[in-house]
Design a protein around this ligand. Structure first.
Ligand code: ATP
Ligand code: MG
Length: 398
């Protein structure tokens, strides 16, 4: 029997005039990830607000898991199902549903205790959706499915969609990653450490359609390479969500050393000055890469550099927009997301944190922008920014 993946998108469906832009981007992404993994050509049809992806004839339950793993990482998808295609004639349809019920439904220890039928109809039929649900449910009971009907939270949902003169049925609906089509919002530069927050911030922006390039500032050779190595692993995980990924590894230790030994700069303001320099270098990269803004993992009030005053003082160094997708997140919410994405296990590993090096003991909590601008006059910032990219390593991931 012909199998398909039936995909529903979420917010993209609310777009009006430019919906085809988002649909095309999502279609391109689906084709790319599936072909990359399975090395076959797929027919991907967009019809009536859904995608239908044809599955190979030898598709089986074991493949379902592999496909799901891939689709969980495609932004823009609200849900997906591995459906059987059938005609709309009810008797034959019932036979087919019965034959294809999951093994555990009619026998086995893991038999579900409750079920319901869910129908969605996008074509004219002699029955309403609710009438169909009742009729198909009643017939399954008569055939001896042997479990009770439960409308709310049943253990099994017999899911049916009717459109384009066909029915499509399945027994499991997977929740997608949500968000907007990959690469629908252009490029952004994410300042990434191996901490918990910035990988999650990058993910949040990718989810909204950003194509993210990464920049990491490291203190090697003043520190070891442990943080850099962790950042590479994190970026590799995140690169599964987009087409290609670039990581800039920028040597930053000599600037920190120079700032921390400059007698004109009070030690408590150092952190803000380091951060402003990071922002300036990231902006230079963004301009070279035609990116539209910077991303950081700041969350309001989480640490000294994230008070509103200090965030303002840091943002002041940028002439392009800065985005802080975690600004209103609690730490435990960020951790939960990091666990889901798979970056948490790396972020929690010990490493020499670049930012913790050359740190003042008592950082300023309320930096004054005018003072900070004055202190910076003691530093050859332009020379540093002009020179540092030549010393940076760029890693490309496909
Ligand atoms: P994270 O968990 O992302 O490391 P954090 O809670 O440690 O964040 P800070 O150290 O104040 O907070 O860093 C704030 C933001 O500055 C980070 O989320 C990240 O975007 C950026 N950042 C910090 N250190 C670096 C670095 N070494 N390279 C690039 N970006 C950095
Ligand atoms: Mg950190």
């Amino acid at each position: 029997m012909k199998r398909f993946i039936l995909i529903h998108y979420g917010e993209i469906g609310l777009k009006k005039a430019n919906i085809s832009y988002f649909v095309d981007k999502l279609k391109k992404r689906l084709r790319f990830v599936l072909q990359k993994e399975f090395k076959i050509n797929y027919s991907i049809k967009h019809t009536l607000g859904r995608f239908l992806v044809s599955l190979p004839d030898d598709f089986n339950e074991a493949d379902e898991k592999r496909y799901a793993e891939i689709l969980f990482r495609v932004f823009g998808i609200q849900n997906f199902k591995f459906v059987y295609q059938h005609g709309v004639e009810l008797d034959a349809l019932l036979d087919s549903i019965w034959e294809n019920l999951p093994d555990n439904v009619l026998n086995g220890d893991l038999k579900p205790r409750t079920f319901r039928v869910a129908v969605k109809r996008s074509m004219p039929l002699p029955f309403k959706s609710t009438e169909l649900e009742r009729e198909i449910g009643a017939r399954l009971l008569r055939r001896g499915i042997g479990i009770k009907v439960k409308m709310v939270d049943p253990e099994l949902v017999v899911d049916l969609e009717f459109f384009n003169d066909h029915s499509y049925f399945s027994f499991k609906k997977y929740k997608g990653a949500g968000g907007l089509s990959p690469n629908s919002q252009g490029r952004f530069v994410s300042l990434i450490s191996s901490g918990i927050d910035s990988p999650v911030a990058s993910y949040m922006m990718m989810r909204r359609g950003a194509r993210v390039l990464f920049v990491h500032f490291h203190a090697y050779p003043f520190s070891d390479k442990s943080e850099m190595e962790n950042v590479k692993k994190i970026v590799e995980i995140l690169s599964d969500y987009q087409f290609d990924t670039k990581l800039y590894l920028v040597p930053f230790g000599k600037f920190q050393k120079s700032i921390s030994t400059n007698l004109d700069i009070p030690s408590k303001i150092r952190t803000v000055i380091y951060r402003r320099l990071m922002v300036r270098i990231a902006e230079r990269i963004a301009r070279n890469e035609h990116a539209k803004g910077l991303i950081t993992g700041d969350s309001l009030g989480q640490v000294a550099s994230q008070t509103p005053e200090n965030m303002f003082a840091i943002h002041d160094a940028s002439t392009i927009p800065m985005f802080y997708p975690l600004i209103g997140f609690d730490k435990d919410e960020t951790v939960a997301l990091a666990e889901k994405i798979g970056t948490f296990d790396i972020s929690k590993l010990p490493c020499t944190d670049t930012c913790a090096m050359f740190m003042p003991e008592h950082p300023e909590l309320k930096a004054n922008i005018y003072d900070v601008r004055e202190y910076e006059k003691a530093l050859p910032l332009n020379e540093w920014i002009d020179g540092v990219l030549k010393e940076s390593e760029v890693i490309n991931l496909k």
